[in-house]
Design a protein around this ligand. Structure first.
Ligand SMILES: Cc1ncc(COP(=O)(O)O)c(C=O)c1O
Length: 368
C-alpha cells in the first residue's frame, strides 16, 4: 500500500486540521519496516528491539508492544514509557554509559537486562546485587580503528574477564556506527565481534545494536536489509544456536513513517541565495543542525513550476537555523506548505526549548 505521507493532497488537508508545524505519522509504514527487518534474519532465537532514542512516542511504543517487538532504552524515562506501553521487561535492554547508583537499583528491582560501559560500572552493578550483565564493546577498538567514546576496548575487556566469573558475563553488545547505507561497511566490525563472542560459550545473548541508514537525499542507496540479515545470520552460526540475537535499529525503523510539515513565512534573496523561511526551527526539527551532512529532502505540497536551489531556514535569529538546502519550485510563496521527509526518527525526539519555539505535536493517521 502506498503511504499517505507521499500524497501531497492528503498532507495539505491534514495540515488544515493539525496546523503547522506538525509531525505526521503513518504507522502502517513502521509496521512494514518491522516485518521487513524481521524477515531478513534466519536465527533460531531473534529479538528485534526498537531504539527509543529515535522516537519514544507512546503510539509507536504501543504498536511495538502489539507487534511483539521490544525496546532498547538508555534512560529511566524511556524505560517507563516502554513498560507503560505494554512492552514486557524481557523485551527491554538498557544500554547507556555512566549509570547512576539509583538507575542501577531501579533496573535491578524491575529485572531489566543491562549492557554496561566500563569495569567500574560492572563493579558497581555487582556491589548492588545485580545479576548477570552484558557489556558494550567499543566498535572502533574491535577493528583497531578510532572509535567513539562508548564501551570496552580489548585491554579493559580482558581485565574484566579476569575480575568476574564467566557465568556473570551474559551478553555482548556492539554498536557499529550510525547511518550506514551499505551493509558491507558494517561487516568488518561485526565479523570481529562474532569471532570474539564465539570464544565465550557462556553468552546468553549478543546484541548488534543499530546503525542501519536512511537514504535521506534519495540518491538510490537504500540499505539492503536482506544482505545484512543474511550475513549476520551466517556469522551467528559460529555461536551455540540458543544464543539470542538482539538487533536494535532506531532510525531505519521509524524515519520513513513520519514527515514534518511547516508553512513558508518569508522568502528573500541575500547575496545571490534564495532563503525560504518557515514556521519552524532547528529547535523543533533539530536533525539538520546535528547532521548537516545528511539533510532531509523537502517538497512543496503545491506544484509551482520548475525547481530552483534554495536554503530553507527557521523563523529565529540563530544564524545556524538552517533546515535544508534543497530545490523548491521557483514560484514558492508565503503560505505554501513544505514536507520534510523521513522525519520519523531523531526529529521530534531531539526537540528542545532553545529559541523559544513551541514544540510541534505528533499526529497519526487517521487524523480527524
Ligand atoms: C545502544 C544503541 N542501540 C541502538 C541505537 C539505534 O541506532 P540507529 O538509530 O542508528 O539504528 C543507538 C543509537 O544511538 C544506540 O546507542
Amino acid at each position: 500500500m502506498k503511504s499517505r505521507l507521499t500524497c501531497n493532497e492528503t498532507l495539505a488537508l491534514t495540515a488544515e486540521k493539525t496546523g503547522t508545524p506538525a509531525y505526521i505519522y503513518d504507522l502502517s509504514v513502521l509496521r512494514g519496516q518491522l516485518a521487513g527487518f524481521r524477515n531478513a534474519f534466519e536465527v533460531p532465537r531473534f529479538s528485534l528491539l526498537f531504539a527509543t532514542m529515535a522516537n519514544p512516542s507512546t503510539q509507536i511504543l504501543k504498536l511495538l508492544a502489539i507487534e511483539q517487538a521490544g525496546a532498547c532504552v538508555n534512560s529511566n524515562l524511556h524505560l517507563d514509557l516502554a513498560l507503560d506501553a505494554g512492552i514486557p521487561t524481557d523485551k527491554v535492554q538498557f544500554t547507556a554509559s555512566g549509570l547512576s547508583v539509583d538507575q542501577m537499583r531501579r533496573l535491578i528491582s524491575v529485572g531489566i537486562s543491562v549492557n554496561l560501559d566500563s569495569r567500574r560500572q560492572v563493579s558497581q552493578w555487582l556491589a548492588l546485587g545485580g545479576g548477570p550483565f552484558g557489556v558494550r564493546l567499543n566498535a572502533g577498538a574491535l577493528t583497531e580503528k578510532p572509535g567513539d567514546r562508548l564501551g570496552f576496548d580489548q585491554a579493559e575487556f580482558d581485565a574484566l574477564r579476569n575480575e568476574v566469573s564467566a557465568d556473570l558475563l551474559a551478553g555482548l553488545h556492539v554498536y557499529v556506527g550510525t547511518n550506514f547505507l551499505d551493509p558491507r561497511d558494517m561487516f568488518p566490525t561485526l565479523r570481529c565481534f562474532f569471532r570474539l563472542a564465539a570464544g565465550l560459550p557462556q553468552l546468553r545473548y549478543v546484541n548488534i545494536g543499530g546503525g542501519v541508514g536512511v537514504d535521506y537525499n534519495n540518491i538510490g542507496l537504500g540499505f539492503d536489509i536482506n544482505a545484512f540479515g543474511s550475513e549476520v545470520s551466517q556469522l551467528h552460526r559460529q555461536l551455540p544456536p540458543d544464543t539470542m540475537l538482539f538487533f536494535e535499529p532506531g532510525r531505519a525503523l521509524a524515519a520513513s513513517s513520519g514527515v514534518f510539515l511547516s508553512r513558508v513565512t518569508d522568502i528573500k534573496r541575500l547575496q545571490g541565495t534564495t532563503f525560504v523561511a518557515c514556521d519552524a526551527s532547528i529547535a523543533v526539527f533539530p536533525r539538520p543542525l546535528y547532521h548537516p551532512e545528511s539533510l532531509h529532502r523537502v517538497r512543496s505540497l503545491r506544484d509551482a513550476g520548475d525547481q530552483t536551489d534554495v536554503v530553507v531556514v527557521g523563523r529565529t535569529t540563530f544564524s545556524r537555523d538552517i533546515l535544508a538546502r534543497c530545490k523548491l519550485p521557483r514560484g514558492v510563496e508565503v503560505g505554501d506548505l513544505l514536507a520534510f521527509e523521513n522525519a520519523g526518527a531523531y526529529c521530534n525526539s531531539m526537540a528542545s526549548h532553545f529559541l523559544g519555539q513551541p514544540t510541534p505535536a505528533d499526529f497519526y493517521f487517521p487524523i480527524e
